[in-house]
Each structure stands twice: as structure tokens, then as C-alpha cells.
Ligand binder design. Sequence first.
Ligand code: GCO
Length: 264
Amino acid sequence: MSQTLFDITGKVALITGATHGLGMAMAMGLGRAGATIVVNGNSSQEKVDNAVVEYQKEGIIAFGYQFNVADEEEVIAAVKKIEKDVGGIDILVNNAGIIKRTPLVDMEVADFRQVVDIDLVSPFIVSKHVVRGMMERKSGKIINICSMMSELGRNTVGAYAAAKGGLVMLTKNMATEWARFNIQINGIGPGYFATSQTASIRMEGHPFNDFIVNRTPAEKWGNPNDLAGAAIFLSSKASDFVNGHILYVDGGILATIGKPFNED
Ligand code: GCO
């Protein structure tokens, strides 16, 4: 009985940036829970097609579209095509994002703008064009992928933190405007996960690696598959009265100030 609460069989889910990393892990989770997966990536159609094969190998119905989430014209065309080829989009996961690690005092304005453009403006653009169909159908789920940096600062990631902090307020404002159409808009805030984005700061011997393990009550980096449950919950009937909420999946980082290195 309770299983039907989490069943998303036949729902169409568009996940941006789902050719690898956290986006792929969440999309795999949604696909295994029954959703038809629409994969977006921006680097090349070939990379998107290769990802689609990965999903299909898991028995998931998957389609792939290459487009730039920061370009409104491309988004409009892609959403139209997806709705025609696959069907109305029931679930949108705004996952595509970038990070540039540069001290603010040295950061080029163009680089700062690019981070904000992809991490904050794009979720607005894609949601704006997907939500119209959801409004007509009076049903939909939007999940914005936030970050630890939505809540905390860290040296060198100022632009990313500004964008991810903004994404929390964008999520709350989307909920404010769209909840009455029976659309639930929430966020997932991943903690520190082992992905290609964190590869350079996870390398053995890198002081950040030990720092994160020490800083996380669970004492480890997250496995991308740990995000699937949160994604399924926020995509399913189980969350039909949850709106404007950010679900942090962080092994407890935000619960604690941390501990000195030499303390058990
Ligand atoms: C960093 C990390 C983070 C993570 C993640 C944390 O440099 O601090 O890359 O930004 O990617 O977003 O939640």
C-alpha cells in the first residue's frame, strides 16, 4: 500500500545535466522507480546518446536531448520537442551546474556571471517553460539541486555559493507562485559527494579530503546513489503537500559545527 505513494511509473522526468554525476544517479533512481527519463546534457549529442544507452541497459525507458539550459531559445525549442516526442513533463530536476574555484578578489566578472547564469538563471529559464504544461495539467514536481554552499561559505567558491544560496530563494518563490496549481517545488541539498566535480579536492593527500571526512558526522563522502531516495520522495505522491522545502542529504554536516581533528 505505502509503495504506491512512491510509485512514479509512466511519469516523464526531465533531468538537466544527467549524463554523469549526481544528475545521473538521481535520474537512475527515478527511472528504477518507474519514470521515463529525459536526459539533458550540453557538451554533445553523442555524450547524451551514450548516457541514454546507460539508462536503457538498466531497463529504463530513456530519451536524450542536447541543449544549453542557459539559452532561452534552445530551452523553448527543446521543451516543445520533448512534449511532442515523449509527452508532458511531470517531473523536472534542475540539476545542471558548474563550479569555478577562484578567490573572489581574483575572480573575473565574466566567470562570476557564467556561474550565476548556469547555476541560478538556468533553473528559472527551464522551469518557466516547463511549468506552463504543469499548470495546464494541474500537476507537477520541480526539484532544484542546491548545495551545502546554499547555507555555508567556503574560500574560493563565492560565485557558486551566491548562486546556490539564490536557488533556495528561487525555490521558495516558485512554490509561492505555483503551489496553487498542485505543483510541488522543492530542493535537494547534497552534502559532499564523490563525483567528478569534487575529484580534484578528494585526491588522496589533499587536505580537503580529510577535512570533509572529519567535518561530516557520518565520517565519509556521500555515494551519489544516496540521493535517489530524496529524489523519488520529492517526485512522488508521497510529497504532495511538501512545498518550498530544501531536503539536505549531507551525512549531518549542517547539524554540527564540526570537531577538532584530534578529537574522537
Ligand atoms: C567545494 C565543493 C562543493 C560541492 C558541493 C557541496 O568546492 O566546496 O565542490 O561546492 O561541489 O556543492 O554541497
